[in-house]
Design a protein around this ligand. Sequence first.
Ligand code: ADP
Ligand code: MG
Length: 238
Amino acid sequence: MLSEWEKLAREAATKNEAYESYLLRLTEAEVTTRTANAIASRIRAAGFPVVKDLDTFDFSAVASLPKQKVLEMSRGAWVEEHSNCCLIGNAGTGKTHLAIALGLAVCRLGRRVKFVTAAGLVTQLEEAQQQHRLERVLSQLDRVDLLVIDELGYLSFSRSGAELLFQVFADRYERRSVLVTSNLAFSEWGSVFQGDRMTAALLDRLTHRCEIFEMNGESYRFRESMKTKKHKDPKKAN
Ligand code: ADP
Ligand code: MG
């Protein structure tokens, strides 16, 4: 309002605009700026490793992925409903890309999002526990509407680490959303969580209300690098 009022007031004077109308335009400008600032700060707070959006995602590269369903999820109703999402598939198939893009879309709706890797989260929780500030870290996580946990399955956890991660899932169940990406099929999650009982209990909660996308196929990274190689050296590629 401070930066716009003089300009808008001059315009209003030349157009002989009613005071109410001038005031409306001025407050609208303020609200627009505040909304944009809030979204920018939500995106910063989410801690995405890079910014990847849906418009740069090539759906034709992942035949198993239902494009319409993914686009619908970018409208965020699932986060309002506290349901979850799992992206399961081998390396390089765009799971992290899609997880960031969906997280960004949810930020743009004004929601709080946090992006972590599974290993990073477990380390953070273990450190917090050692320093007697676990409650604080858990309550910070609790304020987040969508927790994106990337790369579950590349590293396995200690028993206590797995229990801490389990606690996060259990706390969020039916109250807040989780998006998990993993290179492991659900049947293999026991190897990460140590113990079939905990794995079963976790999967039960996670998948109760959950959109599951299988993203298996050839690595996009690998395919792109092959294309570049062919381009540089057409003889070798044949
Ligand atoms: P994953 O997490 O499944 O291992 P990434 O999301 O990190 O894979 O994808 C690897 C790289 O390939 C990233 O740079 C990503 O942007 C790109 N990529 C993967 N799949 C696609 C796709 N379908 N369309 C566009 N870029 C993609
Ligand atoms: Mg990844």
